[in-house]
Design a protein around this ligand. Structure first.
Ligand code: FRU
Length: 411
């Protein structure tokens, strides 16, 4: 709409500071149906390893976001925690682990990516890992204060990186290096909320989940991440731009202004080491507090922008399933429109609302996620392992779950 309306070419639009919006009117259209409801996951799912819980997962990719094979091995990275601690406690001791596989289906656990004691923060949260030339670039969320110990009240988040090398041979895959950790981004308080500004909000703020890629339009490197709108909690106004064209009678509860998720952008230029904050590319002000793990699939001149969100993070007066949400626009910075009118792409079934989470869409339309909490007649079963991969067809601004593939299939 905007691109045509003001006559900018996509590349000119990329230069300006447009922040697209996910409006309350869009979110009011969220509805589970046969195109977007994930199939039920049976409670007898296989577990990838007895050693660790596994949740947020991402493959080793190149700058185009394509999964790589290194000497015949596929590699994925997951947040991991010992399987002998309660599932709900995993966030406070999270580390990045890795797995390798010949067939992209049966995964061998390789241990932690970083040597002990090297990463910033008190735990490692989600990120992205690229192989460029012979260097492995690992971007992650340094969560908690350095040396902070196991402390669920410590909400600090910063974005960090380190580089290392991959060694792949007949016996498997290992990594070396990753002793040069650096904090590369912290919220500025203007575009992105700081920990101090977030105090008083009902749900933890975000400055996390980096996703690094090259934009083919200008050949430069960028990072997406999950943020919140800068300023103290409650300072946002829910105006016409945030509300959109809602049906008559829609009331915006005053506390909706405490929900300020955004998809942040940083520029790396021609390099991958030095990052500069730019204004967010999408705002969910008054709609949702968390637009987690943002990532992109670029198809020709269509930019498919995906994010994950929870039912409990929607602003008052709105609801949606734990799911994968997406938007499409003609350029990295553009007037993104919600896919399917509402943004919902994959949702957990209504009778299994917590069965999976942390969906990640790959350029081939395959979407991986992890099994969270599955209900059975005897109670609940915690997953902590990869869910069946789903194949989602992307066609213009519409999507459709076309098939369910094997558990953890990441070819
Ligand atoms: C999504 C998420 C990420 C975060 C991680 C923490 O599942 O909340 O945003 O990096 O989990 O465990």
């Amino acid at each position: 709409m905007l691109a045509g309306a003001i006559g900018f070419s996509p590349s000119a639009l990329a230069q300006n500071n447009v922040t697209a919006v996910w409006t309350r009117a869009d979110a009011l259209k969220i509805q589970l149906n046969s195109t977007n409801t994930a199939p039920r996951i049976s409670p007898d799912f296989p577990i990838m390893t007895e050693e660790v819980w596994i949740w947020d997962t991402w493959p080793l990719v190149n700058l185009e976001g394509r999964t790589l094979s290194v000497k015949g091995w596929r590699v994925i990275f997951s947040l991991v925690a010992p399987r002998n601690i309660p599932f709900g406690d995993r966030h406070w001791v999270a580390r990045i682990g890795f797995f390798y596989s010949r067939d992209g289906r049966s995964w061998v656990y390789g241990g932690h990516l970083f040597p002990d004691g090297e990463s910033f923060g008190s735990r490692e949260w989600a990120g992205s890992t690229l192989l460029v030339g012979n260097t492995v670039y690992a971007y992650y969320t340094a969560s908690g204060h350095d040396g902070g110990g196991v402390d669920p009240t410590d909400a600090l988040q910063r974005i960090a990186m380190a580089t290392g090398s991959i060694i792949a041979d007949n016996t498997g895959v290992r990594f070396t290096g990753f002793t040069n950790h650096r904090i590369i981004l912290e919220p500025d308080g203007q575009f992105y909320q700081t920990l101090e500004q977030s105090m008083g909000g009902p749900i933890i703020y975000a400055f996390r989940d980096p996703f690094v890629f090259r934009d083919p339009a200008d050949g430069k490197n960028y990072m997406l991440f999950e943020g919140n709108t800068g300023g103290v909690s409650g300072s946002v106004t829910c105006g016409p731009r945030e509300i959109g064209d809602v049906p008559p009678g829609h009331v915006v509860p005053p506390e909706a202004n405490l929900y300020t998720g955004n998809i942040g952008l940083a520029a790396g230029g021609n390099g991958l080491e030095n990052w500069e904050l730019l204004p967010p590319i999408l705002s969910a002000n008054c709609v949702n507090q968390q637009t987690e793990r943002p990532h992109l699939v670029i198809r020709g001149n269509r930019y498919y922008l995906f994010t994950i969100s929870h039912m409990f993070t929607f602003a008052p007066g709105l609801t949606g399933p734990d799911g994968l949400y997406g938007f499409v626009g003609p350029a990295l910075r553009s007037d993104y429109q919600p896919l399917n009118g509402s943004a919902l792409v994959i949702g957990n079934p209504a009778d299994a609302p917590l069965q999976a989470y942390s969906w990640y869409a790959m350029p081939n339309g395959f979407v991986e996620s992890f099994i969270d909490t599955v209900s059975t007649e005897g109670g609940v079963v915690f997953g902590g392992t990869l869910a069946p991969t789903l194949h989602v067809a992307l066609s213009g601004d519409r999507t459709n779950i076309v098939s369910e593939l094997k558990y953890g299939f990441i070819p």
